[in-house]
Ligand binder design. Structure first.
Ligand code: ZN
Length: 274
């Protein structure tokens, strides 16, 4: 790329540009005051993109996401604990019915035994044997009931604890959501007022200058116009060399200059160091 160093004056350049990275712009003139106002447009555009960035990167977004993931997990665990609770309740009822049946049968046997109606020694022995085995069976079944009750209590306790945690995380999520909404409201209000201000200022900038700015802004990562401050382009931070400084000095005030390095519109101000 054999291109002479030196600031390009849009108004003077006539030869076709062979540098495809920097297609030649048509000549452009704008009053210095209009060029300065373009810097105001640029500042507002920077502000607007900062606001948009801030809106999407609010810490509350990540906070809410984490809390909602926690909440989903806790709710699943709570559902499992409550299912366990109702399952064990059913199990307990069933086991208690089993105990009752055995108890009733034992009571019937005991009644027959006490009635004296059974007289055959063999039948008496069988009856006594059955009463003894029913007593053992009842004891076993009562142990089963106790074991189920323990599981049921544990599930109840766990469900209670989880319900408490769900409530606490829900409160945290509601708090984070309220903070996020307030922050978004503030940012939206700021964005709205900056957008209106931008419209007003942009309307006062000549259309051709604004059009070039918009094109460069898209190409140059959001910055299309840069102040020349103390001989430094504020777009790319590069200092102009002496040849470039001399060219800027020689340029008419209404010439729209471009930074030789970054190709942004370079705006002269009282602090340009010329
Ligand atoms: Zn530059």
């Amino acid at each position: 790329m054999d291109r002479p160093r030196g600031l390009r004056h849009e108004a003077r350049r006539r030869a076709p540009d062979t540098d495809h990275r920097h297609p030649r712009s048509p000549e452009l003139n704008a009053e210095p005051a209009d060029q300065i106002r373009l810097l105001d447009v640029q500042a507002l555009d920077v502000r607007l993109s900062q606001l948009a960035h801030k809106r999407t990167t609010l810490p509350e977004h990540a906070e809410i996401q984490t809390l909602e993931a926690d909440l989903a997990q806790l709710r699943d665990l709570l559902v499992a604990a409550r299912t366990e609770e109702s399952d064990t309740a059913r199990e307990q009822t069933k086991a208690e019915q089993d105990v009752d049946q055995v108890r009733q049968r034992a009571a019937r046997d005991q009644k027959r035994l006490d009635s004296g109606a059974v007289t055959s020694p063999k039948d008496l022995e069988n009856l006594q044997h059955e009463i003894a085995s029913l007593a053992k069976r009842q004891g076993d079944l009562e142990d089963v009931v106790l074991e189920i009750m323990e599981r049921r209590e544990a599930a109840q306790e766990r469900a209670g604890e989880l319900a408490g945690r769900v409530e606490s995380v829900q409160a945290k999520a509601a708090d984070a959501t309220a903070r996020r909404d307030a922050a978004v409201r503030d940012l939206d209000a700021e964005t709205e007022s900056a957008t209106k201000e931008r419209e007003v200022v942009a309307a006062s900038v000549p259309a051709d200058l604004l059009k070039l700015y918009e094109k460069l802004r898209v190409q140059q990562g959001g910055v299309g116009a840069a102040r020349l401050h103390q001989r430094r382009c504020e777009g790319c931070r590069l200092e102009l060399n002496i040849t470039e400084v001399n060219e800027v000095r020689a340029a008419a005030p209404d010439e729209v200059l471009r930074c030789e390095n970054c190709r942004r519109i370079l705006v002269r101000t009282a602090d340009s160091g010329l």
